[in-house]
Design a protein around this ligand. Structure first.
Ligand code: B12
Ligand code: SF4
Length: 538
């Protein structure tokens, strides 16, 4: 248990039961809703047999944010991170029996849906009086289909969940937590924005809930309900534990066709509020590093400048990393970010092949191979490490073009490179294109394989899933096992913490990404029989 133990924390850890109890904050003795991040393992998420003690369990901030909001509105909340706590479905059922929440909210990505769905089925059969709600990335992408396909969920909430959840729980409470009367109350349900509900005619998709304009009005995520001690990123994603994760921006203005955040705009907490949160996590959790999870933290240069200035003034001593897009930074801004403690930027580079960039519309954020080269050099010159994200099996790709992408990654020489396998999530442009017969075909309908490391999409340019899989492994090997790279890492070693991280990373590379065994489902071109939990995706 707790494989990714000790986010730099050498104290004795609470027991599992203490962590579970910590997750509950009833109001007047009642837990109105238990929010669950359904269990999946880190190894499975990376499509690997094992990741050892490399880390990788990280806090589910979406539900933590909802929990904080609902608690502030006076509801009793519970929060269970099934992944971090390594809980099985039986254990979760026992917790529900013991804590007796009135409603259960399951937060699920597409990948975690089979686990979330199996859990919802158990809850439905063992606790028929409890309201069961689905929210999160999968519900956001395909809300109507989620409700149609999975009657286990009484309601599906899509988009930002705070306001819809508040309205749902307010009414449910008013009705004495009577699930039947609540679900029969169409006059109420039809007026709640951002949900899908059922009536005699089928599923009804209500209009979207308008986004929360001023993010400063939201309370800080309810981290006090989470097992904060156990979260630890993968070895190449942190430097100075304890690391605390933050989201200060919602949405992304770019349009990458494979991404379900495409075209969602971009709203920010004010720089002052963001710095206030940093000061809070330094004081409360001893954070020495912040990992920002905002999709494109640098998209608003004015915001970034102000944020850096305030952070420098606050003099917290924390270092931080973030995601950024190539054409949102310049040398001046990078220098300021570095001065404010930024040590690492994760760039979504995807590929440097112009034709492929166009196919996925990443040219809007990355402009051109030359622009990417320039920004990488400027970032290095500013003293910031680079994590480059590249993709294999892009639409229109052939093995020869993939080799170009790998060559480009080696030429750019970031400190770390990640080579994901293109995964067309439902709700994206790419998914819709493939459904219409463009680019290639989906090889599986089992969502549990949609984690970005399996071959679920076979582009027309490849002969087999195996060919894609081998290309990805080749990419990791070609990038990491270069004498120049090994020497660079050796010369960069500064501390015992560095040595520990490099060692963990090397083990992960050898046992997983570069040489690990091929997952059993990658066998042939024709794909496989749909799993029982799967939605058919033609
Ligand atoms: C941080 C993060 C993680 C973290 C934490 C996960 C989390 N969900 O908090 C970690 C590292 C664990 C993670 C892992 C993965 N992630 Co991730 N992750 C993100 C990221 C960058 C930010 C999430 C976040 O905090 N957003 C801010 C909060 C406020 O928004 P939110 O989470 O959407 O929550 C709001 C609503 O969705 C809703 N809501 C959420 N849950 C619920 C539940 C109920 C009951 C209700 C009513 C409402 C509700 O209300 C919330 C507040 O408004 C998103 C991209 C993004 N911008 O969302 C990707 C994203 C969610 N991840 C993604 C993927 C693919 C993965 C992985 C499969 C990657 C991998 N191979 O490891 C795994 C899957 C993990 C799992 N067990 O499911 C995809 C999901 C796509 C999809 N359709 O499924 C996203 C959208 C990125 C992308 N564009 O591709 N991820
Ligand atoms: S820039 Fe990143 S978050 Fe934005 S649409 Fe592209 S891949 Fe998605």
């Amino acid at each position: 248990m707790f494989a990714s133990l000790l986010n730099g924390n050498k104290r004795k850890l609470p027991t599992l039961q203490e962590f579970i109890d910590r997750g509950f904050a009833p109001a007047g003795g009642v837990t109105d809703i238990l929010l669950i991040f359904p269990p999946t393992s880190v190894a499975d998420r990376y499509g690997k047999a094992d990741v050892g003690d490399a880390g990788g369990d990280l806090p589910p901030l979406g539900v933590t944010t909802i929990a904080a909001y609902l608690r502030e509105k006076g509801f009793g909340v519970g929060l269970l991170d099934g992944c971090g706590l390594g809980l099985g479905h039986n254990q979760i059922i026992d917790i529900i029996r013991a804590k007796d929440p009135k409603a259960v909210g399951i937060s699920s990505t597409t990948y975690a849906l089979p686990s979330g769905l199996a859990l919802a089925r158990r809850i439905r059969s063992e606790f028929p009086d409890k309201l069961v709600i689905l929210g999160g990335a999968h519900a956001n992408a395909v809300p109507l289909e989620s409700a149609q396909d999975y009657p286990e969920f009484d309601l599906v909430v899509y988009g930002e969940g705070e306001l819809s959840a508040e309205q749902i729980l307010g009414e449910y409470k008013k009705l004495g937590y009577d699930r039947t009367s609540f679900l029969e109350g169409e006059a109420f349900l039809s007026g709640v924005k951002g949900i899908v509900y059922r009536n005699a005619g089928g599923c009804v998709l209500n209009p979207e809930m308008p986004n929360i304009k001023n993010l400063d009005t939201l309370p800080l995520p309810a981290r006090d309900l989470l097992p904060m001690e156990i979260y630890l990123p993968l070895p190449n994603q942190y430097k100075k534990p304890p690391v605390v994760h933050m989201v200060v921006i919602r949405g992304c203005p770019y349009a990458c066709s494979f991404c379900d955040q495409a075209g969602t705009g971009g709203r920010t907490r004010s720089p002052a509020k963001a710095v206030e949160e940093i000061v809070h996590v330094v004081e409360k959790y001893g954070a020495r590093e912040i990992s920002f999870w905002d999709d494109t933290m640098s998209f608003n240069r004015v915001w970034m400048r102000k944020f850096c200035q305030l952070l420098i003034e606050a003099d917290t001593g924390v270092i931080w990393s973030c995601y950024a897009a190539v054409n949102t930074v310049d040398r001046q801004l990078l220098d300021l970010m570095h001065k404010a403690g930024c040590w690492n930027i994760f760039y979504g580079i995807e590929t440097g092949v112009p034709e492929l960039m166009k196919n996925i519309e990443s040219h809007r954020k990355n402009t051109s191979p030359d622009k990417i080269r320039k920004t990488m050099q400027e970032t290095k010159d500013a003293g910031i490490e680079i994590r480059g994200s590249f993709m294999i099996a892009l639409p229109g790709e052939t093995p020869e073009l993939a080799a170009e992408t790998i060559k480009f990654a080696i030429e750019l020489d970031p400190d770390y490179a990640q080579f994901s396998i293109t995964t067309p999530y439902p709700g994206t442009h790419l998914y819709d294109d493939i459904k219409q017969g463009k680019w290639g075909k989906l090889t599986t309908t089992d969502f549990s394989e949609f984690q970005g490391w399996n071959v679920v999409f076979l582009p027309n340019g490849y002969k087999s899933q195996k060919e894609v899989w081998e290309m990805e492994r080749k990419a990791f090997r070609s990038f990491y096992f270069r004498p120049k790279y090994i020497l660079k890492k050796f010369l960069q070693t500064r501390s015992l913490e560095d040595i520990k991280r490099y060692f963990k990373g090397l083990r992960l590379l050898i046992g997983g990404f570069a040489y690990g065994p091929m997952p059993p489902h990658i066998r042939e071109v024709e794909g496989r029989t749909p799993g029982p939990e799967a939605r058919v995706l033609h």
